[in-house]
Design a protein around this ligand. Sequence first.
Ligand code: ZN
Length: 125
Amino acid sequence: MSEKDLAHLKNLLLRQRREILDRLQGLETDWQALSERDIEREEEAQKADLTSLFDQLEEQERQELEDIDIALRKMVAFTYGICEKCQKPISLERLEFLPATRFCRKCAPKHEEKQKIPPRLPPRE
Ligand SMILES: [Zn+2]
């Protein structure tokens, strides 16, 4: 994967992350401590203790945030874009569509596709 693709996907992830956080207005103050600036610095991201905040989130949003943070950490560790199940590279098209996905299309759990497809975008194959 080129650095340009990676930077693009990272922007998508950060945008998704911000959108979720924006929805959680009641938690806004707490989340401000975990701004994008922090997640971009690997050490800070790892140190951040999200447990208490996660407890307050809706289950699905919690899952989405976790996946996004996992993906961002994988970028730092150069393991981003590799399927966790079969260890094969995930196609760039799929990553653009589901930047936080942890699995290739073949290995993805059925529910993942449904959950993560943003309604405003048509499905792409
Ligand atoms: Zn796979």
